[in-house]
Design a protein. Structure first.
Length: 115
């Protein structure tokens, strides 16, 4: 990634919190959204999604045994420069790890930004 910052737009936040995801019990709580920085610093797993055109990074974390993912588009070009932006987030099932499109690049115990 060209920058260490990861942005969440209002549009992405609304996408994450939309009613459809809530009905399926796939949306993550607002409290969890406020603490995403912890998931980025010490994720449970990180994957590349090789199916997508932009090779999105998928950060997976656990909160009280609940698996959730945060999909980040790295090096997204905006009018003002390059940023890393959150596309979506949601609760996931462990079976998703078996997808042939996901390439694991890190697992629990690895720290993105050790303090």
């Amino acid at each position: 990634m060209e920058t260490k910052d990861i942005y969440l737009s209002v549009k992405a936040y609304k996408h994450i919190q939309r009613d459809f995801k809530k009905r399926l019990k796939k949306s993550i709580s607002k409290e969890l959204m406020l603490n995403l920085h912890k998931s980025f610093n010490t994720p449970y797993k990180i994957f590349f999604d090789s199916e997508k055109k932009h090779c999105n990074l998928i950060y997976v974390d656990k909160e009280n045994e609940l698996l959730f993912k945060v999909v980040v588009h790295p090096n997204y070009q905006t009018k003002t420069g390059v940023i890393n932006t959150i596309l979506t987030a949601g609760i996931m099932d462990e079976s998703v790890f078996n997808s042939k499109f996901y390439e694991e690049i890190a697992e629990h115990g690895w720290e993105l930004n050790p303090r």
